[in-house]
Design a protein around this ligand. Structure first.
Ligand code: DQA
Length: 139
């Protein structure tokens, strides 16, 4: 089973940025734990701050992988192009957020991508990613 995790804008700064919201751990540290938990799943990781690179990655893996876990960061709230990319591919995408976006500013409560995703997991810290992978294991 192949799962692609895609992190978007500013998520390269996890462990550094707004620790009160996003925690102290870097994604690379967390990824090691995820790979141990799901030792029988191939977990691929890609991060970019550039919207077009996220779209290219969706196109690249979106017809062959078993699942995509996408935290688009702020592009969640702005990007019609990402929404179209998700709609265009055949692999299911689960939208994740570390923070509970529904408890935050109004602009974060709007997602351009949710309607094209299999589901949304928001507010469980980095554990949101584990829950998303779990959702692919059971379906
Ligand atoms: C985020 C929430 C977004 O609103 C924000 O722009 C992010 C991170 C989250 O994981 O909680 O960069 O996607």
């Amino acid at each position: 089973m192949k799962i692609q995790i895609i992190n978007g804008a500013n998520l390269n700064l996890l462990g550094i940025r707004e620790k009160n919201i996003y925690g102290n751990e870097t994604f690379e540290e967390y990824l090691e734990k995820l790979r141990k938990i799901f030792f029988n799943i191939e977990i691929f990781y890609f991060q970019s701050n550039i919207e077009g690179e996220l779209i290219n990655k969706l196109h690249e893996v979106g017809f062959s992988y078993n699942g995509i876990v996408l935290n688009a960061g702020a592009y969640t709230h702005t990007s019609v192009a990402l929404a179209d990319a998700i709609a265009s591919i055949t692999t299911s995408v689960v939208e994740v957020h570390i923070s509970n976006v529904m408890k935050r500013e109004k602009f974060r409560q709007i997602s351009y991508i949710s309607a094209y995703c299999k589901g949304v997991i928001t507010g469980f810290g980095l554990d949101s990613y584990r829950l998303a992978i779990e959702s692919f294991r059971i379906s």
